[in-house]
Design a binder for this molecule. Structure first.
Ligand SMILES: NC(=O)c1ccc[n+]([C@@H]2O[C@H](COP(=O)([O-])OP(=O)(O)OC[C@H]3O[C@@H](n4cnc5c(N)ncnc54)[C@H](O)[C@@H]3O)[C@@H](O)[C@H]2O)c1
Length: 319
């Protein structure tokens, strides 16, 4: 799809070489925009965006958002932040800095440019939720001093900063609370459940279920999620969020394991390991606001999304 020159925007995507960021860059380039991808390559990889290098409307910048950035853009998608526990717990101080200092730097840039800015927040702001499914009005149940806090509290503080810049400086903000998303370009070793199960199944290794495997999650395919982010950015100024983006269809970990085994044709068996600390039992978005404000809901069924993701991991030759 190409755009008229007048509607072509210059868009900064922080974390653009990561899983979600690279799909967002693809979408924005396909929509006819100029994209500046800024990434420090902590968890992102050049292979995720190498097909865009050479495209005249795409620029790549190695940059750590905990340091100020001076560029000229019309919109900012702030996705930079390691998203999986293995990665965000590797250097927890840097994780908090990325959410807090990084947000301050990006909000400062948006303020100077009068640019619209979107924050990739997370369902982790709800912690181990006492309310199910989670609506945006729920304030969460988060441990402030545990091993996940660098991520959860960092993201909560980032939301606070976004809303204070909005109230205090009139900035046009958008806050998306993203629930578990999966798809091609997930890091094969990031310990997230979908990639874990697929890699274990393709290798014929036993599939590890934490606890009794009855904890549930909802899984959103990456194309659906990216469509939600773009709709949110394009929504009316009064739509600030926070807004849940995810797939409300719930699966237990045991059900997911069974689907992955069936789709890969694997002979893997199931093993059990203790539940990690602060691991939520249930996680399911209420997407009523996304439906109402953005006309958005996920469309890709788990079976189709798994098929595309499995094909990607087969291509990486992880087996
Ligand atoms: N994937 C999900 O299911 C999910 C769920 C909720 C929220 N999110 C949020 O979406 C965003 C993207 O997640 P993802 O799954 O693509 O993760 P990812 O780890 O693949 O991508 C994050 C990107 O940010 C980069 N990065 C990290 N710290 C940086 C820094 N200080 N400066 C510049 N770049 C930095 C990494 O190198 C990587 O390319 C994150 O903010 C994450 O918290 C993702």
């Amino acid at each position: 799809m190409s755009r008229l020159y007048s509607s072509r925007k210059r868009i900064l995507v922080t974390g653009g070489a990561g899983f979600l960021g690279s799909h967002l860059c693809d979408r924005l380039i396909a929509d006819g925009h100029d994209v500046l991808c800024a990434d420090n390559f902590f968890t992102g990889d050049k292979s995720n965006i190498e097909h865009l290098v050479g495209e005249p409307r795409f620029e790549l910048l190695r940059h750590d958002i905990t340091f100020p950035l001076f560029v000229e853009v019309d919109e900012i998608y702030n996705l930079a932040c390691p998203a999986s526990p293995i990665h965000y717990q590797h250097d927890p101080v840097q994780t908090t800095k990325t959410s807090v200092h990084g947000s301050i730097n990006m909000l400062g840039l948006a303020k100077r440019l009068k640019a619209k800015i979107l924050q990739a927040s997370t369902s982790e702001v709800y912690g181990d939720p006492a309310v199910h499914p989670q609506t945006e009005g729920y304030w969460g149940h988060v441990n402030p001093i545990g091993p996940r806090s660098c991520y959860d509290e960092g993201k909560r503080c980032a939301e606070t900063l976004f809303f204070d810049y909005h109230r205090q400086h009139g900035l046009e903000i958008k806050v998306a609370r993203i629930f578990n998303t999966y798809g091609p370009r997930m890091h094969p070793a990031d310990g997230r459940v979908v990639s874990n199960f697929i890699v274990q199944a393709l290798k014929g290794e036993s599939i590890t279920l934490y606890g009794d495997g009855q904890q549930s999650r909802s899984f959103c395919y990456v194309d659906d999620l990216i469509d939600g982010l773009v709709r949110l950015m394009d929504s009316a100024a009064e739509v600030t969020g926070p807004i849940n983006l995810g797939n409300p269809r719930e699966f237990t970990m045991a059900e997911l394991a069974a689907q992955v085994i069936a789709a890969t044709g694997s002979k893997s068996e199931l093993t059990h390991a203790p539940l990690p600390e602060d691991d939520p039992r249930q996680r399911q978005p209420d997407i009523g606001k996304a439906r109402q404000w953005l006309g958005w809901e996920p469309r890709v069924p788990l079976a189709d999304g798994l098929e595309r993701t499995i094909a990607y991991f087969r291509g990486l030759a992880v087996a």
